[in-house]
Ligand binder design. Structure first.
Ligand code: SF4
Length: 140
């Protein structure tokens, strides 16, 4: 298992839309662009969940996506961290009264950071990731 401090030097991200309207996803993708330059913090998107250190989850979790979210989380290597991006991922947001909803991401998997907003700006998402990185560096 990699130490958390090592992960903090170059955390690779996986992105999963649990049932978002795509608003948050577009902001996550914008955050990954050179304009915001997340690679200066070592942050990079990986297509493989098995190589990811941080799972960025967007959207409210429903009965179907909860199963997939848990499966993805189980496939990540330790240490692993989840960041909930957007009001829906935090609490269900505008969909919180839906009949098939479990509400936020933390009902299914442990979450280390929450980025509020509907949708949050790319700067806010990057700020949330940098705070997670700082926390991991302190944990060494
Ligand atoms: S928080 Fe807003 S933008 Fe993000 S998925 Fe929910 S409704 Fe869409």
């Amino acid at each position: 298992m990699k130490p958390a401090e090592l992960v903090s030097r170059s955390p690779w991200l996986a992105h999963f839309n649990t049932a978002a309207c795509n608003g948050c996803d577009i902001e996550v993708l914008a955050m990954l662009c050179p304009q915001y330059d997340p690679e200066r913090f070592g942050v990079k998107l990986t297509p493989s969940i098995r190589r990811a250190d941080i799972l960025v989850a967007t959207g409210a979790v429903n009965k179907k996506s909860a199963v997939r979210l848990k499966r993805l989380y189980e496939q990540m290597a330790e240490p692993k961290f989840v960041v909930a991006v957007g009001a829906c991922a935090i609490s269900g947001g505008v969909f919180s009264k839906s009949y098939n909803l479990y509400a936020g991401v933390d009902r299914s998997v442990p979450v280390v950071a929450y980025v509020p907003g509907c949708p949050p700006k790319p700067e806010a998402i990057l700020d949330g990731l940098v705070k997670v990185i700082a926390k991991l560096r302190k944990a060494k």
